[in-house]
Design a binder for this molecule. Structure first.
Ligand SMILES: Nc1nc2c(ncn2[C@@H]2O[C@H](COP(=O)(O)OP(=O)(O)O)[C@@H](O)[C@H]2O)c(=O)[nH]1
Ligand SMILES: [Mg+2]
Length: 356
């Protein structure tokens, strides 16, 4: 899963990412896109690792792109931001990082810390970048539709769709809001519209405002996950051992780590769940879309397993915790033999039976 962290200059993207991995915070001012692999924290995974003592443990991971901060206050900054935006058109999810922290050593964007304004500015810029793409496409199609080519009917349909998308953007709505059918989605899939992507908003709050409340529902609707993180504190916490970390978190009243909030919100925005496979060799967590059937889940593990699929031997992680062992599960008749069409549930532990 590929995710891009975008935000205005010095909103704390690199610090947030460093707090998720526990690595050092990179120097300010990098001009290129940096890629970081974030392991997905998962209590179930940790419990299963204790239980099955596998030789190898493979966490699910999120591939995060850290972008240089955008600066739309001058021509040079706008051009640089445009170039960067053009490079993230294939990511699956955008995390919009907005600054809410005060820090006298870090000058605020447009001379004032204002998370709602920054969020609006980011949203507008994403819309403008998509409008540019739509406009270019419309110009091209308008020339093309008059020619009696094989694709003429398709071109006409796409032209009508692109015009509808342009209208949506002009009324400041994301492209996702204007797509009504799968056919429409397919028609524009390869164009990489950013406002077609799900988003998560991460508000970077100051150390002294952990309890501050934000309400962006008017700006975002109610389906966008909004998380609050104090990047600086979280990075300090990530440097501690588990015990001291738990102590400090309790003292500060932080009930969930930044890594957990971040990953959960990404999973939720993308409609992902995970299933797990355990063996003596490897314990592994697999992210899949909600609604994935057993046959396709098998294909994630290996194409041979999909091809030779017989049954998915399945139990719930919760049931294993409750009964303590697979033997006990078996005795209680809790190990199910599911077929190809079984819809995999979050926390399913699956052993695929296959034959090739
Ligand atoms: N006080 C405070 N400073 C922060 C916080 N997050 C980031 N900073 C500071 O803001 C500056 C920019 O952070 P950075 O992560 O490099 O921002 P980026 O440009 O978005 O990657 C750095 O000097 C950080 O130390 C925070 O939560 N609190
Ligand atoms: Mg940075």
């Amino acid at each position: 899963m590929k995710v891009a962290l975008i935000g205005l200059l010095q909103s704390g993207k690199s610090t947030i990412l460093a707090s998720l991995t526990g690595k050092a915070i990179p120097a300010i001012g990098s001009a290129s896109i940096e890629e970081t692999i974030v392991p997905v924290p998962d209590e179930r995974f940790d419990w299963l690792a204790e239980y099955s003592k596998p030789k190898k443990k493979t966490h699910a991971t999120i591939d995060c792109l850290d972008l240089p901060g955008f600066n739309f206050t001058d021509e040079h900054g706008r051009a640089a931001a445009r170039r960067l935006i053009g490079q993230i058109r294939t990511v699956e999810l955008l995390v919009l990082v907005v600054r809410a922290f005060d820090n006298p050593t870090v000058p605020p964007y447009r001379n004032m810390v204002d998370p709602a304004r920054d969020l609006a500015e980011l949203q507008t810029e994403l819309l403008l970048a998509d409008l540019e793409l739509v406009t270019t496409r419309i110009d091209k199609l308008e020339k093309q539709v008059h020619k009696p080519t094989k694709t003429q009917a398709h071109d006409k349909a796409e032209l009508a769709l692109q015009k509808k998308l342009a209208e949506a953007i002009e009324s400041e709505k994301p492209i996702s809001s204007a797509i009504e059918t799968l056919t429409e989605r397919d028609m524009i899939k390869s164009l990489g519209f950013l406002t077609l992507r799900p988003i998560v908003v991460a508000i970077n709050v100051g150390e002294d405002q952990l309890d501050r409340k934000f309400d962006f529902t008017e700006q975002l609707g109610d389906s966008v996950p909004v998380i609050k993180i104090c990047a600086k504190l979280e990075h300090e916490l990530s440097q501690l051992d588990a015990e001291s970390r738990a102590e400090f978190m309790a003292d500060l009243g932080i009930t969930e780590s930044a890594a957990s909030k971040f990953v959960k919100s990404c999973y939720s925005a993308l409609g992902l769940i995970s299933f797990l496979t355990i063996g003596s060799d490897e314990l592994r967590a697999w992210p899949i879309r909600k609604g994935t059937i057993a046959l396709d889940a098998a294909g994630k593990v290996h194409t041979d397993i999909k091809r030779g699929f017989i049954r998915a031997e399945t139990f719930g992680y919760d049931e294993l915790c409750e009964l303590g062992s697979e033997k006990a599960l078996k005795a209680a008749g809790k190990i199910r033999l599911e077929g190809k069409e079984y819809v995999v549930q979050d926390g399913d532990v699956i052993n695929f039976r296959f034959n090739v």
